[in-house]
Design a protein around this ligand. Structure first.
Ligand SMILES: [Zn+2]
Length: 236
């Protein structure tokens, strides 16, 4: 019970930081990457380099029964942008990341019968406490502003980290993909009936998003796919 209360409080702190992050936009007048004067989170020079990280079309791939919409590869300016967001706590960088991913969705939406609700992949509560915000949630806010899709806050709750699937035995693989997530409090509050679009910052092995999709599908929810800012190779 105590842990549940802690988790809820941490989630609330995470969501409060969404708005703090965007409030930073009006306070900061420098590029978050190169520190040159800039009213935008990225100066024109860094924004141009950022755009070069975009994958050529088409950018959707299949991961089993899950479609993955990817904006770019985890290199160069895109890698620096994601690292600055997470580790330098430059929360305003969620805006260009979410806008870029949203534009990708507008150009190449994953086909669904009904518009999906967006569920960001949550951090483990301990990691959320350490970082103070969930970068996927911040990106999801900007993504939903760009696309007009609805954001389901606390759609999932993380119980433990998932390990990369490679190097695990069959039983370990199955265990790795179950019980990492539970349905979050958002379902009880909003009870949406639309399919879910998962959203995450970086996609590596796919174990995490598959686990999240499995949790939702076992609970009878439809999952149309996942949108990610960057695809990373395992060594990265
Ligand atoms: Zn710059």
């Amino acid at each position: 019970m105590l842990q549940g209360k802690d988790t809820e409080r941490t989630d609330m702190a995470g969501w409060a930081s969404v708005w703090d992050g965007f409030a930073d936009l009006w306070l900061a007048q420098r590029c978050a990457l190169c520190d040159r004067p800039s009213p935008e989170p990225l100066c024109p020079n860094c924004a141009q380099k950022f755009q070069h990280g975009q994958l050529p079309q088409p950018a959707t791939a299949e991961l089993g029964a899950l479609r993955v919409l990817t904006w770019g590869t985890y290199h160069h300016t895109l890698k620096h942008t994601l690292a600055a967001l997470k580790y330098d706590r430059q929360r305003r960088l969620a805006l260009p990341l979410g806008q870029a991913l949203g534009q990708r969705w507008q150009q190449h939406p994953i086909p669904t019968r009904h518009l999906p609700v967006v569920v960001p992949i949550p951090l483990h509560p301990e990691k959320l406490r350490d970082r103070g915000f969930n970068q996927a949630a911040l990106i999801a806010v900007a993504f939903c502003r760009q696309t007009g899709l609805s954001l389901l806050e606390q759609g999932l709750q993380r119980q433990r980290a998932t390990l990369p699937q490679f190097g695990l035995g069959p039983d370990q693989r199955q265990q790795n993909l179950t019980d990492a997530f539970t349905l979050g409090a958002g379902w009880h509050r909003c009870q949406p009936t639309q399919p879910v679009l998962l959203l995450d910052d970086i996609y590596t092995t796919g174990a995490t998003v598959r686990s999240a999709a499995n949790t939702l599908r076992r609970a009878g929810r439809s999952v149309c796919g996942v949108a990610v800012c960057a695809r990373a190779r395992l060594e990265e």
